[in-house]
Design a protein around this ligand. Structure first.
Ligand SMILES: C[S@@+](CC[C@H](N)C(=O)[O-])C[C@H]1O[C@@H](n2cnc3c(N)ncnc32)[C@H](O)[C@@H]1O
Length: 254
């Protein structure tokens, strides 16, 4: 996958191209990255690419001509591929979720337009951007951090980016449930113990315990996920068990 960010701050992307699993995979050329600074397409010597908004009001707006030029420059790399997407990171976009991450992981080229100031001239969004994506219902000062969150989430599903692809497959949301709790050494710390079943070596029992914990967490933290899911008979049985246990705990307290 080739990811290009259109950004006034290319240096920020070092944190994803040089660190952690994404950094290692970038060094091995498993994915490629390039930043395009729209200032190189400014029509003035000082490199201004923003101006005051028509109609007045606070803040500055990123101008259309340098952004159109930057997107055109990025598209030169598509070279015949049909699996490309130009995305504007925006609080007004569709919220990023697991399904969208998996969809984007199938593409060859991603162009991520990172806004600053009050955002970008609307004509860019209408005519040069395929899709707007949000990282949540809050506003940050620029599109670079949202772009890197999207990149990190997508890259986890590119073959060989993670040492062990299974670890991504077990994560929350992948099978429509939240992940189960994890423990490591020591087996006891300040009186807090690791659940016995995890030390039993019985893989069937461990898998069943983990599934039950996933269901329990999803039920208490994100019941909306369970509503969307076609539950398997084993999952229905475990959920019944969880409800009975919760009732028994309530009764013992009252
Ligand atoms: C200060 S924000 C502009 C917000 C814009 N005036 C609005 O209210 O929709 C500057 C840039 O940060 C990025 N940004 C801010 N919040 C975001 C979010 N929740 N998701 C994705 N990008 C975001 C966008 O690229 C945006 O152009």
């Amino acid at each position: 996958m080739f990811i290009q960010a259109i950004t006034l701050f290319p240096e920020i992307f070092k944190s994803i191209t040089e660190y952690g699993v994404t950094g290692r995979a970038h060094q091995k050329n498993i994915w490629r990255f390039s930043a395009i600074n729209p200032r190189q397409f400014a029509d003035n010597k000082l490199g201004y690419i923003d101006d005051r908004p028509f109609g007045g009001g606070a803040g500055m707006v990123m101008m259309a001509p340098p952004l159109f030029a930057a997107i055109e420059e990025a598209k030169k790399a598509f070279s015949g591929s049909l699996k490309n997407r130009v995305i504007y990171l925006s609080p007004q976009g569709k919220p990023l979720n697991h399904a969208k991450v998996q969809e984007l992981a199938q593409l060859d080229n991603l162009v991520l337009l990172c806004g600053r100031y009050e955002g970008v001239d609307e004509r860019v969004l209408e005519h040069a951007v395929d899709e707007e994506i949000s990282i949540g219902d809050f506003v940050v000062s620029g599109g670079e951090l949202p772009a890197m969150m999207l990149m990190d989430a997508v890259l986890r599903f590119i073959p060989n980016v993670l040492g062990d692809i299974e670890s991504a497959q077990q994560d929350s949301f992948v099978n429509g449930l939240l992940d189960y709790p994890h423990y490591t050494k020591p087996t006891e710390f300040q009186g807090m113990k690791v659940p016995e079943v995890l030390k039993s070596g019985n893989h069937t029992l461990i898998a069943q315990w983990r599934l039950k914990q996933s269901l329990k967490r999803t039920l208490t933290r994100r019941p909306d996920l369970l509503e969307k899911r076609n539950l398997l008979p084993q999952e229905i049985r475990l959920l019944q068990e969880i409800e009975q246990e919760a009732k028994a705990t309530e009764q013992s307290i009252s």
